[in-house]
Design a binder for this molecule. Structure first.
Ligand SMILES: Nc1nc2c(c(=O)[nH]1)N[C@@H](CN(C=O)c1ccc(C(=O)N[C@@H](CCC(=O)O)C(=O)O)cc1)CN2
Length: 307
């Protein structure tokens, strides 16, 4: 039977999908599961160099892990660290039974081959879900054996919370084809039996494609590219973009964060929409914690936690 498209009585202004609140629900449930299951998930976060934003993210991940009762370690290496030394650290973490999850913060300095580093992480400890084994398992429909990339996994959870019906049969559009967000997002939606389109910078008549989408995920890295008139009435809009743009109205040299969607315009037509900040971003760290708990449960022979 064909699913009805979303639309019918679309509200004049979208519901705001509160990523912070959903992330807090996820991490609360993780803390409860850690206590109930008697596991001590171990997360190692590796930072190479002194990129200011990366320092903030790595600090937030380590603190959240400790707060949830995980064994939490951070390795901070200087920017000049050789690829060989970084690979040796990853190998040591692969061999450490107290560590269930390894995360190497990106971007890495230019002299280090990122692919080589990510492929050295034991797939069972790859809590970022970037290893080709995990990507492949997701692609062949073996999500239950994979660790799934955190941002798409978190986005799917937000979509499910925003919808009051199953996703099956809905038209989903993912704008952006990155390995980290666009492609795994499309795979997840496909497994929910959506009809999935992946669009990118060379797609023809993107506004027309977008107007057909019941679920629109923007992960293209272009500030406010998706305009209000691209959005179907009542659609769920998930904005993965995080773009810092000049904000002279706030004073000289000031900036502000915007997504890939022109929020005000899109909110006037969407059924529900994620803001930036406060939408998808907080889910990334929550799903990292979820993946680390999952990895620890698998080692202990326990069932995967469900979120
Ligand atoms: N190994 C990884 N590296 C990177 C990842 C990743 O998932 N794994 N993602 C990004 C950075 N990132 C986490 O690492 C991340 C970025 C942003 C947020 C977030 O919550 N953003 C806030 C806004 C923050 C602000 O005001 O600047 C939001 O959207 O509300 C969380 C995690 C690159 N590297």
């Amino acid at each position: 039977m064909n699913a009805e498209p979303l639309n019918a009585s679309a509200p004049a202004t979208a519901r705001i999908i509160d990523g912070k609140a959903v992330a807090a629900e996820v991490t609360d449930s993780i803390a409860a599961m850690v206590a109930a299951r008697g596991v001590k998930p171990g997360l190692a976060v590796v930072l190479v160099g002194d990129d200011a934003a990366s320092q903030v993210y790595v600090g937030a991940k380590g603190r959240k892990a400790a707060e949830l009762g995980f064994h939490s370690v951070q390795h901070t290496l200087p920017a000049e660290t050789s690829e060989r030394d970084l690979l040796a650290l990853v190998a040591a973490l692969n061999a450490d039974p107290a560590i269930h999850g390894i995360l190497v913060q990106l971007p890495l300095p230019a002299h280090i081959d990122t692919t080589k580093v990510l492929e050295t992480i034991d797939p069972a400890k790859d809590v970022d879900g970037f290893h080709p084994i995990n990507v492949g398992r997701l692609a062949i429909g073996e999500r239950e054996r994979a660790l799934v990339s955190c941002t798409p996994a978190g986005s799917l959870l937000l979509i499910k919370r925003a919808l009051d019906r199953p996703l099956a049969g809905l038209d989903a559009l993912v704008i952006g084809r990155s390995n980290i967000v666009g492609k795994p997002m499309a795979q997840l939606l496909l497994q929910e039996s959506c009809t999935v389109t992946i669009a990118h910078s060379r797609s023809r008549d993107l506004p027309a494609i977008a107007r057909r989408a019941d679920i629109l995920v923007a992960a293209v890295g272009r500030p406010e590219m998706v305009r209000g008139d691209w959005v179907k009435e009542g659609a769920i809009v998930i904005d993965v973009g995080m773009n810092r743009i000049a904000a002279p109205e706030r004073g000289e040299g000031k900036t502000r964060l915007v997504g890939d969607v022109a929020y005000g315009e899109a909110a006037a037509r969407a059924g529900a929409i994620t803001p930036v900040p406060g939408g998808v971003g907080p889910m990334t760290i929550a799903m990292l914690m979820a993946n680390t708990l999952t990895a620890a449960c698998r080692v202990a022979g326990l069932p995967d936690p469900q979120f």
